[in-house]
Ligand binder design. Structure first.
Ligand SMILES: *[C@@H]1O[C@H](CO)[C@@H](O)[C@H](O)[C@H]1NC(C)=O
Ligand SMILES: *[C@@H]1O[C@H](CO)[C@@H](O)[C@H](O)[C@H]1NC(C)=O
Ligand SMILES: *[C@@H]1O[C@H](CO)[C@@H](O)[C@H](O)[C@H]1NC(C)=O
Ligand SMILES: *[C@@H]1O[C@H](CO)[C@@H](O)[C@H](O)[C@H]1NC(C)=O
Ligand SMILES: *[C@@H]1O[C@H](CO)[C@@H](O)[C@H](O)[C@H]1NC(C)=O
Ligand SMILES: *[C@@H]1O[C@H](CO)[C@@H](O)[C@H](O)[C@H]1NC(C)=O
Ligand SMILES: *[C@@H]1O[C@H](CO)[C@@H](O)[C@H](O)[C@H]1NC(C)=O
Ligand SMILES: *[C@@H]1O[C@H](CO)[C@@H](O)[C@H](O)[C@H]1NC(C)=O
Ligand SMILES: *[C@@H]1O[C@H](CO)[C@@H](O)[C@H](O)[C@H]1NC(C)=O
Ligand SMILES: *[C@@H]1O[C@H](CO)[C@@H](O)[C@H](O)[C@H]1NC(C)=O
Ligand SMILES: *[C@@H]1O[C@H](CO)[C@@H](O)[C@H](O)[C@H]1NC(C)=O
Ligand SMILES: *[C@@H]1O[C@H](CO)[C@@H](O)[C@H](O)[C@H]1NC(C)=O
Length: 649
């Protein structure tokens, strides 16, 4: 390190001067206090009070009002040299929107073990100089930091926690990462890392938590993960890595939290998880899994969250299941499963299915998730009332229009990002990315509302033509593991939709029914009912049908029942379903086979099974062919939001 001669002399002279800690008799070396002054400048931490002893834990040096997002805490250890000397050992500045850069001057605090700058607005790169420190924890989650990780960082052999989530880091990981022999946690999701995972990662035998979602890695999920026998949590969602899940995963017997999703690659059977007796959260979504779900899954007694959706799993459920005691949700939508859902998965006494595609937002430490986002500031835009609230989903949200007249429709999707901000705070650093499918076809990939609209709190409307050929319109929003998950707070991710409008490109027959120019559905329903999608219902279709089955899979069902039928839901009850306040009642009745709907053999056969295989099957059936590839398998999800069941009125 270069130092001017004068500085050296100065430091030498002051080397034995101390800042005496009030009352304790122990003092902080003056050069550490100077270092803090430089650090405050570089970070933009303006309110440290240098008239007070930094080790006193008062006057802005340690704020007792700590929350999940905010913390302000400088800690010293004052037991050096027989309790006469203090050294700074920890600096925690969370949620303060600091606007500076990472201080290289940190090296002047030689006893520092922890630097936590979670959720600020820092930019620049990680100083290479940090590589010479004896740090135990580095947390930089939620900043604007860029560049590759300097190779020097991998020299910090004392490091146990490295948390770089939600920044703009890029480049490949150096094989030197294998030097972190004491590392417990590596959390580097939501960056732009690329390249393959270096094999030296396999050396990190004490690793307990490894998260690399939402990145740009290449190659396959490596087989060396089998060496991480201490691993407790593994998260690989939207990471760029391909499948299949290597069989070596079976040796990770201590896993309690496994989340792998959105990996391409050859189809493979269910990975061997039999030995993971303490599994609490198991997500294997969109992993191209085939074959049956092994029975041992149903004996994992600690299982709380299970999501095996969007695979090609098939086969029957076992007839009885001891529902895992604490199961919160079980999400099996979009598979090829058949058979009857075993009693054990239903809450005792529940004859009706309640369905919600919402799942839950993991990690947000909130028992009752909210699926409605509300705008906090005033919106200035046309139709602002459409955008004041929006519907959120942690993974997949599907809207169905049922029993529509066949023909072409213009579907307009209204979006506005109302959760993130546009200012110089960490709330502006969130990235929301999701996909949209209409009639089973991908129409928006990696859609980012903010980018499309040119900022937050601005509307963007996307128009599409949907061909309705079997009286059904399906619009699905899907979270493929991309985007940040912890800005502004943990559990913020997934699709957000403000409103949907559906206009027929034709004049629907039937004369008598006034068809409004369009139907706009304010998704969170202050209901802005402008016209009604129900008016687009073809009245000759399905005056009655088995709603238990039909609605069951529908998050938001716009039901076609005859206008005279008491079963036809009022708009307000649809709203209520939308909000998840009402459990869709089942009115089991024989399907009315005289209607076209039920005469459609393909649809009927799907209804006869709880789950169904889609295209391949519907293509082999007679009856009207869909012009578009309607994802019928989604009509048969088993989405048990048991928490929802437990908490409903
Ligand atoms: C800074 O700390 C001193 C105590 O050393 C205190 O008297 C003063 O009020 C503090 N200033 C601020 C702005 O808090
Ligand atoms: C400040 O940090 C120290 C060391 O990490 C910790 O022991 C202490 O509880 C923290 N104090 C507050 C108020 O958060
Ligand atoms: C403070 O430092 C001393 C000497 O290095 C060490 O023995 C002690 O464990 C440290 N105290 C804390 C709370 O870290
Ligand atoms: C440490 O300090 C105590 C009292 O402050 C004193 O009695 C003791 O002799 C000191 N020990 C050494 C090794 O200086
Ligand atoms: C950090 O951002 C500020 C503006 O916010 C800019 O002036 C500065 O050059 C940036 N620093 C780096 C290293 O990118
Ligand atoms: C990193 O450690 C290696 C030895 O483990 C040493 O040769 C190298 O100089 C160190 N680099 C830095 C920047 O400290
Ligand atoms: C990911 O990699 C692809 C191809 O290498 C590139 O086009 C894309 O911009 C990268 N994305 C990010 C977020 O870095
Ligand atoms: C998976 O395949 C899809 C479609 O080909 C592609 O868009 C996506 O980027 C691929 N993802 C990965 C992780 O390779
Ligand atoms: C799933 O596996 C099949 C067969 O191995 C393969 O053809 C298909 O492309 C895979 N799908 C994805 C999304 O990777
Ligand atoms: C259930 O699926 C299995 C395998 O996918 C198949 O052999 C069986 O015929 C199916 N049963 C029913 C009732 O469809
Ligand atoms: C419906 O839309 C498709 C695709 O845009 C088009 O090819 C077809 O002609 C349209 N049909 C009618 C009746 O307008
Ligand atoms: C979408 O529809 C709106 C309203 O009809 C129209 O103003 C806009 O130009 C359309 N946008 C596109 C891209 O077609």
């Amino acid at each position: 390190m270069l130092m001017h001669r004068q500085e050296v002399v100065f430091l030498f002279l002051l080397a034995f001067c101390y800042f005496e800690a009030f009352g304790s008799g122990a003092t902080l070396p003056i050069e550490e206090e100077d270092a803090l002054k430089q650090i405050s400048k570089t970070l933009g931490k303006e309110n440290w009070n240098f008239s007070a002893d930094p080790c006193i834990r008062e006057w802005s040096w340690a704020d007792p009002s700590t929350t999940k997002l905010y913390e302000n805490n400088v800690t010293c250890n004052c037991s050096f040299q027989n309790n006469t000397v203090c050294h700074v050992v920890s600096i925690v500045l969370k949620g303060q929107n600091l606007q500076g850069e990472l201080p290289a001057e940190l090296v002047k605090l030689p006893y520092l073990q922890q630097i936590d700058l979670t959720r600020n607005y820092l930019n620049g790169t990680i100083p290479a100089a940090w590589g010479s420190m004896q740090l135990v924890k580095i947390s930089l989650l939620g900043n604007r930091l860029t560049g590759p990780i300097p190779v020097e960082l991998w020299n910090i052999s004392t490091l146990k926690y490295l948390i770089l989530e939600a920044n703009l880091f890029s480049g490949p990981l150096s094989p030197k990462i294998g030097n972190l022999v004491n590392i417990d946690e590596i959390q580097i999701s939501s960056n732009a890392f690329s390249g393959e995972l270096p094999t030296s990662l396999g050396n990190l035998s004490s690793l307990k938590d490894f998260r690399i979602s939402d990145s740009n890695f290449t190659g396959k999920i490596p087989d060396f993960i089998q060496k991480w026998t201490e691993l407790d949590k593994l998260t690989v969602q939207g990471s760029g890595l391909r499948g299949p899940i290597p069989p070596g995963i079976s040796s990770l017997v201590k896993l309690t939290d496994l989340r792998i999703s959105d990996i391409n690659g050859t189809a493979s059977g269910f990975p061997p998880l039999r030995n993971m007796k303490s599994m609490r959260t198991l997500i294997l979504r969109n992993c191209n899994l085939t074959g049956p779900i092994p029975d041992y899954i149903w004996t994992m007694k600690d299982l709380k969250n299970l999501d095996l959706s969007f695979n090609m799993l098939e086969g029957q459920f076992p007839p009885t299941i001891n529902k895992p005691k604490d199961a919160k949700y079980i999400y099996l939508t979009s598979n090829l499963l058949n058979g009857t859902v075993p009693e054990g998965l239903l809450k005792k006494g529940d004859k009706n299915w309640a369905f919600s595609t919402t799942g839950n937002f993991l990690d947000n430490d909130i028992e009752e998730d909210t699926f409605i986002a509300e705008n906090v500031s005033r919106l200035i835009m046309p139709d602002f009332d459409l955008y004041t609230t929006a519907r959120l989903s942690p993974l997949s949200l599907t809207y169905y229009g049922l029993c529509l007249w066949n023909g072409n429709y213009t579907v307009k999707l209204h979006f506005a990002e109302i959760v993130f901000t546009d200012d110089r705070t960490y709330s502006s650093l969130g990235k929301r990315i999701f996909d949209v499918y209409i009639q089973g076809k991908l129409v928006l990939k990696d859609f980012n509302i903010e980018d499309e609209a040119g900022g937050t709190h601005r509307a963007v409307v996307k128009n599409f033509t949907a061909i309705v050929a079997t009286n059904t319109l399906e619009i699905r929003f899907y979270w493929a593991g991309k985007g940040t998950q912890s800005i502004p707070y943990r559990g913020t991710y997934g699709p957000l939709i403000s409103a949907i409008s559906v206009d027929p490109d034709f004049t629907p027959p039937g004369g008598g029914n006034k068809i409004s120019a369009g139907a706009v559905i304010g998704i969170a329903y202050v209901l802005q009912e402008r016209g009604s999608l129900l008016e687009l219902v073809d009245p000759k279709l399905g005056s009655e049908f088995n709603k238990e089955e039909a609605i069951g899979m529908i998050n938001i069902a716009l039901l076609c029942t005859s206008t005279s039928s008491p079963l036809r839901p009022t708009m307000s009850s649809v709203v209520s379903m939308l909000e998840g306040r009402t459990v869709v009642q089942s009115h089991i009745s024989e399907p009315n086979l005289s209607t076209n709907y039920w005469n459609n053999k393909s649809i009927r056969s799907r209804h006869q099974r709880l789950h169904s295989q889609e295209q391949s099957q519907s293509n082999s059936m007679d009856g009207p062919q869909t012009g578009a590839s309607t994802s019928a398998s989604d009509l048969y999800p088993i989405i048990m939001d048991l928490d929802f069941l437990n908490h409903r009125e």
